[in-house]
Design a binder for this molecule. Structure first.
Ligand SMILES: CC(C)(COP(=O)(O)OP(=O)(O)OC[C@H]1O[C@@H](n2cnc3c(N)ncnc32)[C@H](O)[C@@H]1OP(=O)(O)O)[C@@H](O)C(=O)NCCC(=O)NCCS
Length: 191
């Protein structure tokens, strides 16, 4: 029989409850993303300005569906019942075989800069190595996104290099990226 991978459904690490989005999350998701739009849209391309609850609900259902289908694994985190941000594992078509995934993240605007991103990323790394069986996790960010690069460094990622002038901006300029990774072996050694 073919090997079947059943994705873990949720976890709670360091006070953060992490799970995929599901139908019905749209109201809370819309409220948080709308309130965070100015900080998120600076670095992310998916937030929609003044998103309607219907758009938000559609977004959470699409993300939840992708998770259930095993296409990618977007999640959100709640602390004391409050939605604090989103993350997830995604990768190239063969990521289930290679165990190589990439992580992204956002933290709600009114809680950014308070250590939550570092906690959330550490939790995603722990969960990913302990329960998902990933071998390598990658983090990419714009060289100018200091909050992002510092979050990766504080969560134990190693800088691999700079992707020079690889992003075309709307205003015609080019920007560069930083590539970080953490390997299962070094995470185990650090424990
Ligand atoms: C990047 C992000 C997830 C980090 O989460 P966070 O909760 O704000 O991060 P933390 O509070 O854990 O801070 C981690 C480090 O970043 C630094 N930092 C946080 N916000 C910063 C800012 N606006 N400018 C410069 N450094 C910042 C913190 O000082 C800390 O570093 P330090 O210990 O050396 O001082 C969050 O800021 C965010 O959602 N940003 C918008 C979306 C985004 O850029 N996502 C990442 C795309 S690659």
């Amino acid at each position: 029989m073919e090997n079947v991978f059943l994705a873990p459904l949720s976890t709670t690490i360091d006070g953060l409850h992490i799970r995929p989005l599901r139908a019905g999350d749209g109201v809370e998701y819309t409220e948080v993303v709308n309130a965070s739009y100015s900080t998120l849209s600076k670095w992310l391309n998916w937030p929609v300005e003044n998103m309607s609850v219907e758009q938000g609900e559609e977004m959470v259902r699409e993300r939840g569906g992708a998770y259930l289908k095993g296409e990618r694994f977007p999640v959100c985190a709640w602390e004391d019942g409050v939605l604090i941000g989103g993350s997830g594992y995604r990768g190239a078509v063969d990521f289930m075989t290679t165990g190589n995934v990439e992580l992204g993240m956002w933290i709600r605007g009114d809680r950014a800069g308070q250590g939550l991103g570092t906690r959330f990323l550490r939790a995603m790394v722990q969960w990913g190595f302990e329960e998902w069986g990933w071998h390598r996790m990658k983090w990419e960010c714009d060289t100018r996104n200091r909050a992002s690069s510092r979050t990766a460094e504080k969560a134990g990622f190693t800088l691999e290099g700079t992707t020079r002038s690889d992003m075309a901006e709307d205003d015609g300029t080019r920007s560069s990226g930083l590539v970080y990774s953490i390997l299962r072996s070094e995470w185990e050694d650090s424990r």
